[in-house]
Write a protein that binds this ligand. Sequence first.
Ligand SMILES: Nc1ncnc2c1ncn2[C@@H]1O[C@H](COP(=O)(O)OP(=O)(O)OP(=O)(O)O)[C@@H](O)[C@H]1O
Ligand SMILES: [Mg+2]
Length: 390
Amino acid sequence: MDPIANPFSPGAGSRPPELAGREQTIKDAEIAIQRVVQGRSGQSQIFLGLRGTGKTVLLNEVMETSERYGYLTAFVEAPENKPLTEMLYPAMRQVLRKLSSVEAAKHLAVRGLAALRGFASVFKVTLGDVEIGVDPDPGVADSGNLEVDLGEMFEAIGRAAKAAGRGWALFIDEVQYLEEPELAAVIVAVHRMSQRNLPVMVFAGGLPQMAKLSGDAKSYAERLFVYPKIGALDKQAAYDAILKPLAGQGVMMEDKAMERIFSVTAGYPFFLQEWGYHAWNMASSSPITLDDVFCATERALVRLDDGFFRVRFDRLTNAEVDYVEAMASLGSGPYKVNDVAKALKKQPKSLGPRRASIITKGMIYSPSYGEIDFTVPLFDDFLRRRRVSI
Ligand SMILES: Nc1ncnc2c1ncn2[C@@H]1O[C@H](COP(=O)(O)OP(=O)(O)OP(=O)(O)O)[C@@H](O)[C@H]1O
Ligand SMILES: [Mg+2]
C-alpha cells in the first residue's frame, strides 16, 4: 500500500499514531500536575523501562499536558559523559528569562538570574556566547555543593513561577546516565520544592537500573517520586496500537496476521511500530494478511539487525561481546551472574568490572540481586542470529 500514507512511526521518541495502553500513567501525571500548580502536594515521576518501550514519547506527552496547565517546561537528555549542570544551565536560564517578562514575577526572576550567574561560575558552565546581563548575587547557589545550589536555583525559579501564576516542569530523559551525586541533587531539590509548596515538578525517564542512592536522597526519593514501570503492551493495547491506526485509514488486518505481530514483537512498542510499518508497505491491499506479515518480519529483522541492535552492539569491546554472547547462549533472560561466568569458564568475581562496564553503557541491568538481563528487548535473539550468520 502507499508508503506515503503509512501511519506507523518507528523511531526513537517519535509520536505513535496511537499511544496505546498508557492512559492511566498519563492520567496520574495529569492529576499531579494540576495539584502542584494549585499549591497542593503531588508526586514527580520517573518512568522506568527497557529500550523502546515509550519513555521518551511519554515524557513528551506529559510535557504537553503540563503546558496545557500553565507550566513552563524544559526537556533535557542526561548526557553520557558531561555534567548535568551544562544541560540544566540553559534550561534554567530560559525559564527565568521568560518569567522576567511577566510583571508580577520580574523582580524574583531577575534575582534568579543573578543566582544563576553564581551557579554557572561555580560549576564552570561554559557559557558560550550567551550572557546573562545581570550581576551575580553572592551567597546564592554558588557554594559549589550541587545539592545545595541546585535546590537554591529550583527555589528561585519556583518562587518566580508562583508569582507569575505558572509552574515549571523539568523533563530529564536517559536519567540512568546521571552520576549518583547529580541524581541525588535533583531529588533533594525536588524535596525542597515540595516542602516549600513551590510549583516545580520533575519527570524523568530511564532504564530500570537507577543509580543506587544513599542517605537523604534515598529516603526522599522513595516518598517524593513514583516510578511507573513502562513495559511491553498487553494484548489489548498492542492490538489497539496496530489496528486503530489502520482503521483510521479504512484498512483491516486478518486475525492471524495480528496474532503473529503480537507474538514476534512480544508487545514492545518500538517493535510494534516497526512491524506495522513494514506490514503496511508489504500489503497490496486491505486486509493485511499473514503472508504480508511474514514478509514484514523478514524486512523488519534486517532493518533492526542493521540499525537498532547494531548501533548498540557496536559500542561493546570484544571482551564485552564475549560476555553478552555468553548470556545469549543461555537462552532468554534474566540470567544468573554465576551461570554466565560458568559459560565463560571464569570466576564470577573476575568478571565484575566487565559486567559493570556493560551496565554503565546501558546494555544490561540487574533486575534483582545476582541476576542480569538485557536492557534491549529481544537482544538475545539478535545475538544468536548473528552467531549463526558469521
Ligand atoms: N504506547 C505506545 N503505543 C504504540 N507505540 C508506542 C507507544 N509508546 C511508544 N511507541 C513507539 O515506540 C517507539 C519507541 O518509543 P520511545 O523512543 O519513546 O521509547 P524509549 O523507551 O524512550 O526508548 P529508549 O530507551 O531507546 O530511549 C516509537 O516508535 C514510538 O512511536
Ligand atoms: Mg527514549
